[in-house]
Design a protein around this ligand. Structure first.
Ligand code: NAD
Length: 355
């Protein structure tokens, strides 16, 4: 066996109620003046967190937005400087975490993450910003939060439909790192455990959204899924999600949800042993079909039509997705991607691609 593995500088506090330790944790980390970041939709929760931090909160910036627009980064930095903040606390989903990461990258302003969705961005070294409708992304260990406080109680307010989609977004990050033929044993351990925890936790989250045990399992799964995305690989699946998000502005988590079963079926022959491992983590014989049925059981979207894609967009999406080569177990071509997108558009049961 040959492999290399490099961890990221993670520093995690996990547990129901753990946000109450945030003031002490900031103190231990040497921070005394935090700018709280959140979205307009979570402003009330941001105020609640600022109150919890007391003197340690010096401002609340509630303009975090999807895809981290550069103008938003500038506006947040202005606010941080005028408040003489020595750190940010990113309180929210992947969009808010992304703003905290951009401020670390551009301005060396340390970030503490308090994730409230299952995006998992806080566990990765991947950053992204947008300007003039163009997204720039990269990897840098400098964007990994100095501390992440996971409190499952904060996810109870996540609406049920979005909990399912966000949880399946996490499932995708993990599943592609199990169903691969370039398996890294350490990444695969985290990824398989993420798949198991999400598979067990999400149905209970949907059935009883305030079940703290289910919320804990799902958030634990999301943490490990983010870790596997942060230290593992991506392939055709992520390329397709970014293409649809970038060209058609489809919602991030729901795009992952719809495409995942089809991406797994696409690689099922070329990455046969990895796909069998994924099936085992899902307690099934057919990983792709189980992921498709699982999304249905969670009442999550299973077709691109349901998330606003038009059939007329599929040719262009297939072309853009294959403009540059993508490392993927199964060979990729524009026609084969068009075939996959057609299945996903119509919400068909996922199939192994024709030769
Ligand atoms: P989001 O952060 O855009 O959140 C969606 C909405 O849900 C927002 O209005 C948010 O305020 C709200 N919300 C979040 N948690 C809530 C809660 N507990 N209660 C009530 N409302 C809540 O969506 P997301 O799916 O979490 O993140 C998606 C973004 O994250 C995308 O831009 C994606 O590119 C990025 N992302 C990045 C990485 C990475 O490694 N860099 C990984 C995953 C996702």
């Amino acid at each position: 066996m040959n492999f290399t593995y490099r961890s990221l500088p993670w520093n995690i506090v996990f547990g129901a109620g753990s946000v109450s330790h945030l003031p002490d944790e900031l103190h231990k980390a040497g921070f005394s003046r935090a700018l709280v970041l959140t979205t307009p939709e979570q402003r009330d929760q941001g105020e609640w967190l600022s109150n919890l931090l007391g003197d340690r909160a010096v401002g609340l910036f509630d303009q975090a937005r999807m895809h981290v627009p550069v103008d938003t980064v500038h506006a947040a930095w202005k606010e941080a400087r005028s408040a003489r903040a020595d750190c940010t606390v990113a309180f929210g989903g992947g969009s808010t975490t992304g703003l905290g990461k951009a401020l670390m990258l551009e301005h060396d302003l340390p970030n503490v993450a308090v994730p409230t969705s299952y995006a998992g961005s806080e566990m990765t070294n991947i950053w992204g910003t947008t300007q003039d409708r163009k997204k720039r992304t990269g990897r840098s260990d400098a964007v990994v939060p100095k501390l992440t406080v996971y409190d499952p109680e904060l996810t109870i307010s996540l609406p049920v439909a979005f909990s399912a989609a966000s949880g399946l977004n996490a499932m995708a990050q993990a599943a592609v790192n199990v169903a691969t033929n370039s398996l890294n044993p350490i990444v695969a351990l985290m990824a398989a455990e993420a798949v198991r925890a999400l598979h067990e936790g999400l149905p209970s989250v949907v059935k009883a959204p305030d079940d703290i045990h289910a919320r804990s399992l799902a958030l634990y799964g999301a943490c490990l899924a983010g870790a596997s995305l942060g230290t593992g690989t991506t392939g055709l699946h992520h390329r397709l999600c970014h293409t649809l998000g970038g060209t058609l502005n489809t919602p991030h988590a729901q795009t992952h949800t719809v495409l995942l079963p089809h991406s797994i079926a696409f690689n099922a022959v070329a990455a046969a042993s990895g796909t069998r491992r994924l099936a085992a983590a899902l307690s099934t014989d057919n990983a792709a079909v189980e992921l498709y049925e699982f999304a249905k059981r969670l009442s999550a979207p299973t077709s691109l039509q349901q998330i606003g894609v038009e059939e007329a967009d599929l040719d262009e999406a297939a072309r853009v997705a294959t403009e540059t080569p993508v490392a993927n177990p199964e060979p990729v071509s524009t026609n084969r991607v068009r075939w996959l997108l057609d299945n996903a558009y119509n919400g068909r049961t996922p199939e192994i691609p024709p030769p």
